[in-house]
Design a protein around this ligand. Sequence first.
Ligand code: C5P
Length: 239
Amino acid sequence: MRKLKELKTGKAKRLYTTDDPAVLWVEYLDQATALNGKRKEQIAAKGALNNQIDCLIFDYLMANQIPTDFIRQVSATEQLIHPVKMIPLEVVVRNLASGSFQRKFATDYLQLLTKPLIEFFYKSDQLDDPFMNDAQAEALGIATADELAAIKQLALRINQLLQVRFAQAELTLVDFKIEVGYLEGQLVLADEISPDSCRLVDATTQASLDKDVFRKHTGDLTTVYQEVLTRLENSEVAH
Ligand code: C5P
């Protein structure tokens, strides 16, 4: 497998073609962004930490029958994936109130929601990823009602599995964002799952162990991402 030409560079990853049209090469970058890319910083080791956490999580989800675009890790900062026809939605699952939900409804921080909540955001940097309800997604032809139901079912199953896996690492999963798309006609989990896209708090102290430390300037990103990776590695269990 050879890395060929650069396809695109996103906020935290660079994508390359390979000599196999069914395989893309992903490089995780040492770059952190906030405010939809308006604030950008180079952070040493971030790419390797996120790639390793993402590979570990995707391996776990696939071992639990979640269909994904993931193939395998190739180096500390790189992995191989299948090309996917992406659905332009950010699918957010929340277990406890934080972030934009906490601000919108003025809840207590980490207020327990009566059941896991799914929210859709339209993926558009230009529009700052606006909230989108089911009717809007259907009206704009982004997904049908059946597709939205399948996306929610997949997101809720991923939430159950992630809650269990993070709890083994003494971490509480507050919320997370996934992206999905089609691979050979099948709805699959794509993109990444890492502390960039999840909110995680220590199960006992409730200290933030995710990108909130960068967003809020409350801690060192590399230190907390390393803590998440170490805890996940040390709590690796048979599936
Ligand atoms: O900011 P908000 O509370 O809506 O974020 C919910 C979850 O989605 C958080 O875990 C956050 O890290 C993630 N997210 C993301 N990418 C975005 C927006 C939110 O990964 N563009």
